[in-house]
Design a protein around this ligand. Structure first.
Ligand SMILES: Cc1cc2nc3c(=O)[nH]c(=O)nc-3n(C[C@H](O)[C@H](O)[C@H](O)COP(=O)(O)OP(=O)(O)OC[C@H]3O[C@@H](n4cnc5c(N)ncnc54)[C@H](O)[C@@H]3O)c2cc1C
Length: 378
């Protein structure tokens, strides 16, 4: 029995990346308990392929991941944290003392518009499939993709628009596709070169783009912005994301968990870390969450006596954009919430052809067989 207890809350990208990195850095010096309510780790970013019948979302049982990493997994939900007593309380009544805690709870979701179809990775194959079929059969002739104001996951809506346009072209159907975004340029957080590349792709796909406008959807099939009123048979948007608001943990604007550059939760102690969509970092992206988790894991290993204090995180976006044709690979440094020195390529600049670039998770998942039946969380 080792004496340094780590509790990780959340079995998504940040939680599992953090778990794997911690095991690499601290080995048996730490005993780890993973708290997560779902049975599976679900590879959410591939959900956009499902409605196009390109592939199902892969998922991996947490039981297997826990067994591979010598981790105790409790299928439960974090309810509150007592920072002074260094104890996590779960909905199921567990009291888990910790020497270090990693919060990787992901984001909450809310519908930004009453009258728009909110794309969700939880039922992507079913709900958006109806729109794809309508386009393929020529029943649906106009779709507007509306990005709400921040915070959101920006990548999937561009992917859905490009893939929908490609499907219309591939089935020789006329479809008017519009994209409306509050960003000054597409994927603004990904930097200038990425924006230029997407502008080119959208134009090539015949997608009409409106930038720098916050749209409203006042009625079914109606989008308005400024003096413009636009009608579309289907209006598609993404959920707005919110922080988890954990009792006992500070919450900033939008209920996100405020962290410093080493992923320590502000105003707690040097033992509470957070990573991923739950944090107040401006860009919501799995690859960034994984980098935060690596930094947090290194910080925890340091507190446990394994290794030096990690340097501050210098986040880099590495993203694969599905286009309906060849994917594009985007790289940008994130400074003050915006992408700089971005680069675009048609070949992946990282070793494996991964949608989420995560140093530990990528190779680990590649060594497992994914299950592809509908995951049990749906
Ligand atoms: C459709 C779509 C496409 C995307 N495309 C990309 C992409 O191409 N590239 C990219 O990098 N990112 C992409 N993203 C973003 C990426 O999926 C997220 O940034 C990433 O999943 C965040 O990881 P996370 O671990 O913070 O949260 P999640 O992956 O959401 O995991 C959160 C975990 O916490 C658990 N949990 C929740 N509440 C509790 C609680 N109270 N107690 C304990 N556990 C709890 C959940 O069950 C889950 O296991 C996409 C997202 C979507 C939705």
């Amino acid at each position: 029995m080792v004496g340094f207890n780590v509790v990780i809350c959340g079995g998504g990208i940040a939680g599992i990346e953090g778990l794997l990195r911690l095991r690499r850095l601290a080995g048996d010096r730490v005993s780890v308990t993973l708290v997560s309510p779902q049975e599976d780790f679900v590879y959410r970013p591939l959900a956009v392929r499902e409605p196009f019948a390109l592939a199902d979302v892969p998922y991996y049982p947490l039981e297997r991941i826990a067994s591979d990493t010598g981790t105790r997994w409790i299928r439960d939900r974090l309810e509150r944290v007592d920072v002074d007593a260094c104890t996590v309380h779960t909905a199921g009544g567990h009291e888990l003392p910790f020497d270090a805690l990693l919060l990787a709870l992901g984001a909450g979701e809310s519908a930004p518009y009453e009258h728009a179809h909110v794309f969700s990775d939880r039922d992507a194959g079913q709900s958006f499939r109806e729109i794809v079929r309508g386009i393929e059969l020529g029943h649906i002739k106009s779709v507007a993709f509306v990005l709400p104001d921040w915070p959101v996951w920006p990548v999937p809506l561009y992917e859905l628009a490009l893939m929908t346009a490609e499907r219309a072209r591939g089935t020789s159907r006329d479809a008017q596709i519009t994209f409306i975004t509050p960003e000054g340029r597409p994927l603004k957080a990904f930097g200038q070169a990425a924006g230029d590349a997407i502008l080119h792709l959208l134009a090539q796909a015949g997608i009409k783009l409106h930038t720098g406008v916050v749209a409203r959807v006042p009625a079914p099939q109606v989008v308005t912005f400024g003096d413009t009123r636009l009608e579309a048979e289907r209006i598609v948007t993404l959920p707005r994301v919110t922080g988890p608001a954990v009792p006992g943990i500070p919450a900033g604007p939008g209920w996100f968990v405020p962290i410093d550059e080493r992923c320590l939760v502000k105003e707690t102690n040097d033992r509470v870390f957070a990573a991923g969509d739950a944090t107040d970092f401006a860009v919501k992206h799995g690859g960034i969450g994984a980098q935060q988790a690596d930094t947090a894991a290194a910080g925890i290993a340091h507190v446990a006596g394994a290794g030096n204090r990690p340097p501050p995180l210098q986040p880099v976006i590495r993203g694969m954009l599905l286009t309906g044709g060849r994917p594009l690979y985007l790289v940008a440094r994130v400074i003050a919430g915006l992408g700089w020195r971005s680069e675009v390529s048609e070949q992946p600049p990282w070793p494996a052809d991964e949608k989420v670039v995560a140093e530990e998770l990528g190779p680990y998942l590649a060594s497992l067989d994914a299950a592809t039946d509908p995951p049990r969380w749906r």
